[in-house]
Write a protein that binds this ligand. Structure first.
Ligand SMILES: Cc1cc2nc3c(=O)[nH]c(=O)nc-3n(C[C@H](O)[C@H](O)[C@H](O)COP(=O)(O)O)c2cc1C
Length: 445
C-alpha cells in the first residue's frame, strides 16, 4: 500500500484547528511542519504532500475570519527546507500550469530533486479556484478545456527541459578545458499553441530523471490527462464501486497510451477517526463536527459546488438544477450525487462534506479502520491513500501508532524503506532521457 500525508497549513479537518489538543497553526511554524514530516518518515510513509492555491479565499472578511486556510508557505520554498532536513520521505508539492511558466517549474523541480537526492513529486493542477485569476492580471479564469490543453503542452515542455542533458554530460575535464560534452546537450526549441521555449534547462537533469508526476483530476479532461501522463493520481471517492470504476478507467487509459497499468498508482483521500471503541470514535467525530461554524460550512460547500448555497433554506435539499461549474467539476458531481442519494438537506450536506473536503471519512477502532482501508486496497479500488488527519499531531500519531502496525501485520505496508528515491519507494522506473511520456498521445487528444 502506498501512503502519503497531507501537510495542511492548520489541519485537514476544516475546524480541526479549534480542537483543544490541536496545534492551531501547525502549518505556519516550520518546527511543527518538520516534526510532522519527521514523524511521517519514521512511520516509513511514501511521501508528504503540500497542497496549494495561488490566492487567499475571497469573501466577506467576517466570514473569512473563521476560515483557517487563509495562509500557507509557498510549497516549493517549504519543500526546499524539508529536502535538506529529511532523508527518505517523498516530497510532493502542488504547482499549477495555469498561472506558471514551464521553464520556472522545470527549473525549480530539477533543483529540488537534486537537493533532496531524488525525492520530489509534482502535483500538477490546473487551478480550480477562480479567484486565482485576479492575482495574475486576468479578469476571467481560463475555461476548463483550455486549462487542460495548456496543461498538456506545459508538461511536454517541462519534460523536454528535464531532458536537456544526458546524465553523463558533464565531464569537467580540466585537462582539455571542457566542462561538458556538447553532443550531450539537447536544445528543446519548442513552438506550440501556448508556449515558445528554446531551452536547454540551466539545471542538471533531475536525480529521478523527472520528478514523479502526480495529478488529481477526476473529470473527463482530468482522467484523460491522468491516463496520458500521471504516475500517481489523487482522487476523492466515497464508495468502493465508484473508486473501482475510476481506478480501472485511469489504468485502462494508461494502457491505451502504451504505458502499462503498473505505471500509475491511484490514491484516495481519507480522513481516519480512531477510538478505543466504535462509540468513542463516533463521539470524536461528533466533537469535530460541532466545531464547524455554519458560515464556514456553507462557504466551503458553496466553493466545492461552484454554486452559492449560503442564501438557500438550510433545512431544504439542494435545488434541482446546479449549473456545471468551471471550477471543480468532479467534486461538484461527487457532492451532488451524495446529496441526492442520501436525500440530504443543505445543513446535513455541509456537515457531511466540508470536514474532509468531500474525501472519505473512516470512523472506528484501529482494527475496523485498518479493515476498511485494506478492503478497498485488496479489491484493487486503490493503490493506497493520502491521509488527511483531523488535526495535528494526534490525528496522525494515532494512525501511526495504532493502524500502521495492523497494516504491517497484514503484509500491506513496509517495515523499512528499501530505496532512497521517491520513485524507488513507489516501484516506478527512472525514465530514460528522451523517453516519450506516452506513445499514443495523438489518439488521446
Ligand atoms: C487529494 C487531492 C489534492 C488536491 N490538491 C489540489 C491543490 O493542492 N490545489 C488545487 O488547485 N487543486 C487540488 N486538487 C484539485 C484537483 O487538482 C482538480 O482540480 C480537481 O480534482 C478537479 O478535477 P477535475 O478538474 O478533473 O474535475 C486536489 C484534488 C485532490 C483529489
Amino acid at each position: 500500500m502506498t501512503l502519503g500525508l497531507l501537510l495542511s497549513p492548520t489541519s485537514s479537518h476544516i475546524a480541526g484547528w479549534r480542537h483543544p489538543d490541536a496545534i492551531s497553526n501547525a502549518g505556519a511554524e516550520y518546527k511543527d511542519i518538520l516534526a510532522t514530516a519527521n514523524s511521517a518518515e519514521e512511520a516509513k510513509l511514501d511521501f508528504v504532500f503540500l497542497a496549494d492555491e495561488l490566492c487567499a479565499p475571497e469573501g466577506d472578511a467576517d466570514i473569512l475570519s473563521r476560515d483557517p486556510v487563509i495562509y500557507r508557505f509557498e510549497p516549493l520554498t517549504l519543500l526546499a527546507a524539508l529536502a535538506v532536513s529529511t532523508r527518505k520521505i517523498g516530497l510532493v508539492a502542488t504547482q499549477t500550469t495555469t498561472y506558471n511558466e514551464p521553464y520556472h517549474i522545470a527549473r525549480k523541480f530539477a533543483s529540488l530533486d537534486q537537493l533532496s537526492n531524488g525525492r520530489t513529486g509534482w502535483n500538477l493542477v490546473t487551478s480550480y479556484v477562480e479567484a486565482e485569476a485576479r492575482n495574475f492580471s486576468q479578469s476571467e479564469h481560463l475555461k476548463y478545456a483550455d486549462r487542460y490543453q495548456r496543461a498538456r503542452e506545459f508538461l511536454e515542455v517541462a519534460t523536454g527541459l528535464w531532458d536537456s542533458w544526458d546524465d553523463d554530460a558533464f565531464i569537467l575535464d580540466k585537462e582539455s578545458g571542457r566542462y561538458f560534452d556538447p553532443s550531450k546537450m539537447h536544445v528543446l526549441d519548442h513552438h506550440g499553441e501556448h508556449f515558445d521555449v528554446r531551452g536547454p534547462l540551466n539545471v542538471l537533469r533531475p536525480i529521478q530523471g523527472r520528478p514523479v508526476q502526480v495529478q488529481a483530476g477526476s473529470s473527463e479532461d482530468g482522467r484523460a490527462l491522468a491516463g496520458a501522463y500521471a504516475e500517481v493520481v489523487f482522487t476523492a471517492q466515497n464508495s468502493l464501486e465508484k473508486a473501482l470504476e475510476f481506478t480501472n478507467d485511469v489504468k485502462n487509459r494508461a494502457e491505451q497510451a502504451g504505458r502499462g497499468t503498473g505505471s500509475v498508482k491511484v490514491l484516495a483521500g481519507v480522513q481516519p477517526i480512531i477510538g478505543a471503541t466504535m462509540e468513542e470514535a463516533q463521539q470524536k467525530y461528533r466533537q469535530m463536527q460541532e466545531l464547524i461554524h455554519p458560515v464556514i460550512g456553507l462557504t466551503r460547500l458553496s466553493q466545492l459546488l461552484g454554486f452559492d448555497v449560503s442564501v438557500l433554506p438550510l433545512d431544504e435539499p439542494l435545488p434541482e438544477v446546479i449549473p456545471e461549474t468551471n471550477s471543480y467539476q468532479s467534486r461538484q458531481k461527487l457532492i451532488v450525487e451524495a446529496a441526492r442519494r442520501d436525500n440530504l438537506t443543505i445543513r446535513e450536506l455541509y456537515l457531511q462534506v466540508v470536514g474532509a473536503y468531500g474525501h472519505r471519512v473512516v470512523i472506528g477502532t484501529a482494527e475496523s479502520v485498518a479493515e476498511e482501508l485494506a478492503d478497498w486496497f485488496t479489491a484493487g479500488a486503490v493503490d493506497g491513500y493520502i491521509l488527511s488527519p483531523t488535526y495535528l499531531p494526534d490525528g496522525f500519531e494515532e494512525f501511526k501508532e495504532q493502524v500502521l502496525p495492523i497494516l504491517r501485520e497484514k503484509g500491506m505496508f513496509r517495515e523499512e524503506y528499501s530505496g532512497d528515491t521517491f520513485r524507488e519507494h513507489l516501484g516506478l522506473a527512472r525514465p530514460e532521457r528522451g523517453e516519450a511520456r506516452a506513445e499514443k498521445i495523438a489518439q488521446v487528444q
